[in-house]
Design a protein around this ligand. Structure first.
Ligand SMILES: [Mn+2]
Length: 430
């Protein structure tokens, strides 16, 4: 029998920490009350927050140079779900999983769905893969997929996406995310306008196959694996394409897919305003698409993104229904630990977004008081909301200290025994 984390174990881990948590929570509650903020209102927000875990994130990642496998990595989609269950049990904000096809192709969708349901899990967005060739694949994606010059390759890539839609429908997913590696390495290699036309033509066929209630997300990226040009290079092109496709198409923002120093929170605000924000692939980066843990490098930027999201939520902007997903590559950490702490960072930014005094900010903006406007944001950002996050987790049955509880459980050493390396199928991400 595979080892599973028990609710009793989590409760036992919480027991000695409850007294100080109550104390910190009460103290913070009094502090916030002086600012006219009701702490329970923020705890409610923390309890309501949800972010999906990527199935590919529970395996150790790698770079184009090497991948250093960790102990007890999941060897198939069922073992990935086991790890996702552990994350969810400890943090209680990650009940949904984003699947990647064909890496997670199930033999029986019904069986996989039941396996997830039995663990309190469900499926969020489906992700297609036409950026690498699979064993036995008829035509190669070396020179592109949905925008390939050869119509037969485009057809093959479209069919794969339609297959993902059918599978997602059976699994109870609600959206489909398309990211392609199409682009060029050298000037002149790709005709910019024709390639985008071909891409749109392919997307229209996929769009027409969307099951009822499904939304389609397209994910832009300025470079990599193509190093000179990509077909869907930025949010403007993405916005144009979602407009061309129709009301069920939205632009997905991966925090690592922009040029350095781009004002991402402003892109978020624009997509919100235009009714085309799909949601996010959260991660963090220093230089490029580094896929580091959310909030690890630029936590203030993450807060500013959530400041925009909370602002839209509170104003009830039409068609605002963002899907939150993590998309990270864990090269030097235990993936479960990284995903848990990243999920917590997102809740932190979300709660801090709700801590912004919107009336004061608006007043400062109307008066053109730049300093007070910034100070209003900074006050929310510098408030330590950790007791709120811990209290919310505990009330939901999760761990006051997820990392300590996870390490104390011995989950990873147990999985290292259960999942011998010799049988590993080389999971992980590229
Ligand atoms: Mn992504």
């Amino acid at each position: 029998m595979a080892f599973r984390l028990g609710d009793d174990f989590i409760a036992a881990q919480n027991a000695p920490q409850r007294a100080w948590l109550e104390e910190d929570y009460e103290h913070l509650g009094r502090q916030l009350a002086r600012r006219g903020v009701e702490i329970e209102r923020l705890t409610e927000r923390a309890l309501a927050f949800r972010v999906a875990v990527p199935s590919w994130g529970v395996g150790t990642g790698g770079t184009r140079f090497a991948r250093f496998a960790g102990p007890g990595e999941p060897r198939n989609v069922y073992e990935k779900l086991d790890d996702c269950e552990t994350i969810q049990k400890l943090v209680r904000v990650t009940p949904a999983i984003s699947l990647h096809i064909p890496w997670d192709e199930p033999e029986s969708p019904a069986e996989l769905r039941a396996y997830a349901q039995a663990r309190g899990l469900g499926f969020d967005s489906m992700n297609s893969n036409t950026f690498q060739d699979q064993p036995g694949q008829k035509l190669s994606y070396k020179f592109g997929s949905l925008s390939h010059t050869d119509p037969a390759v485009r057809r093959q890539a479209v069919e794969h996406n339609v297959h993902c839609l059918e599978l997602g429908h059976k699994l109870g997913a609600r959206s489909h995310t398309v990211w392609i590696g199409d682009g060029g390495n050298f000037p002149g290699q790709v005709h910019f306008r024709r390639a985008l036309e071909r891409y749109l033509e392919s997307l229209r066929v996929i769009y027409a196959a969307l099951p009822d209630g499904f939304r389609m997300f397209i994910e832009h990226k300025l470079y990599e694996p193509a190093f000179y040009s990509t077909v869907l290079n930025d949010w403007g092109v993405s916005y144009h394409c979602t407009r061309e496709l129709g009301p069920k198409a939205f632009s997905l923002v991966d925090l690592g897919h922009h040029a350095p120093n781009v004002n991402i929170e402003m892109i978020v605000a624009r997509l919100v305003q235009f009714g085309k924000l799909a949601g996010f692939h959260f991660n963090d980066s220093k230089y490029g698409d580094d896929d580091l843990d959310a909030g690890s490098i630029k936590p203030f930027q993450l807060f500013l993104v959530f400041n925009e999201l909370v602002d839209a939520e509170l104003e009830r902007v039409a068609a605002f229904d963002p899907a939150y997903m993590l998309d990270q590559s864990h090269n030097v950490t235990d993936p479960i630990e990284s995903l848990m702490t990243s999920a917590v960072e997102l809740v932190r930014a979300y709660v801090q977004g709700h801590l912004v005094d919107r009336a004061a900010l608006r007043e400062a903006q109307e008066r053109n008081d730049a300093l007070v406007a910034l100070q209003t944001l900074k006050l929310a950002y510098t408030t330590d909301v950790a007791p709120i996050l811990a209290m919310a987790r505990q009330r939901a049955g999760g761990a006051i200290d997820p990392l300590a509880a996870y390490r104390a459980s011995g989950y990873r050493p147990r999985k290292a025994e259960e999942r011998p390396a010799a049988e590993r199928r080389g999971a992980g991400i590229v």
